[in-house]
Design a protein around this ligand. Structure first.
Ligand code: ADP
Ligand code: ZN
Length: 291
């Protein structure tokens, strides 16, 4: 039994094939160009291996409503060439195998829940902070979808009094992604996050925005663990700052055995940035009815 996995991102497509006995047998990554250019390359990759199912964790927004005519489509993405693109249908036609499909961040949440630090933690929130910000949610053992899927990067946050910076989200005046994503950091400070490691002011402000968001997710979703990943979270000095800022923002209000121990409540991704592709593998298994 071979399962294909695809982490479909806005800049690159990470492709893998897992054998049920041998584990990972093939992995490659390809740039995300237009569907006409990129899809044949991906289809070739999986055809060569002869897979039994494919799991896709995809950049969004995507249509996950099984009753919709556009189930399996990428919808209103800023990447014009992929807007209203039937990614699941195209793979299904070319490969003829069952396909599991979800958001890239739900995929990462599932990867950590199955193999990582979130193993057996049945209610958790995975947050990615990179080019964009997104959340994947597992609630009582199941990925949260509802009407679509969470778009937790666009929750409204009050701006810090010390922050004169304009939110860069084209849709919102003061949202988490527009204030705290990698590109927002770069625009606010004039340099990329990776070049700002020694600037304490940068990370104190960033930690405060992340802590506000974590408080909101905690208040609404009642998770048992918050897992943080994505490029910006490579700045490990953020973790103690976020935990302190969360305590301050919470102000003793939400108290349970998970939130009280912030060292185990707010944690770093544990799968070395492989959580997305591993989650896609689990989505592929699930499409065959496997656990
Ligand atoms: P993507 O979100 O495109 O999949 P990443 O998660 O690597 O990729 O996010 C890229 C963003 O994260 C960029 O804005 C980049 O400046 C920022 N970033 C990447 N690495 C670091 C780092 N070590 N420290 C701070 N910011 C980083
Ligand atoms: Zn926004």
């Amino acid at each position: 039994m071979k399962i294909g996995a695809l982490e479909a991102g806005g800049t690159k497509m990470v492709c893998a094939v897992y054998d049920e006995n041998a584990g990972l047998i093939r992995e490659s990554s390809f740039p995300t160009l237009t569907p006409d250019e990129t899809m044949p390359v991906l289809i070739d990759f999986y055809k060569t291996e002869g897979i039994d199912a494919l799991g896709i964790g995809c950049f969004g927004p995507i249509d996950l409503d099984r009753d919709s005519d556009h189930y399996g489509f990428i919808t209103s993405t800023p990447k014009i060439a992929w807007r209203n693109y039937d990614i699941v249908g195209t793979f299904k036609k070319a490969l003829g195998v069952p396909i599991g499909f979800d958001t890239d961040v739900n995929g990462s949440a599932l990867g950590e829940y199955t193999f990582g630090i979130g193993k057996n933690v049945d209610s958790l929130v995975y947050i990615t902070i990179g080019t964009g910000i997104g959340i994947g949610v597992i609630n009582e053992g199941k990925l949260l979808h509802g009407g679509m899927h969470p778009e937790g990067g666009h929750i409204m946050l009050t701006k810090s009094a010390k922050d004169p910076f304009e939110c860069i989200c084209p849709y919102h005046k003061s949202c988490f992604e527009g204030l705290a994503s990698g590109p927002a950091i770069e625009k606010r400070w004039g340099r990329k996050g990776q070049e700002l490691a020694g600037n304490d002011e940068v990370w104190a402000l960033e930690a405060d925005y992340i802590a506000k968001a974590i408080f909101n997710y905690t208040a609404v979703l009642s998770p048992k663990m918050i897992i943080l990943g994505g490029g910006v979270m490579h700045q490990k000095q953020l973790f103690p700052l976020i935990r302190e800022a969360f305590k301050k923002r919470n102000n003793g209000y939400i108290k349970n055995r998970y939130t009280e121990d912030t060292d185990s409540y707010i944690v770093c991704q544990s799968l070395d940035d492989k959580q997305g592709i591993l989650g896609a593998y689990v989505l592929g298994r699930q499409s065959l009815g496997m656990a």
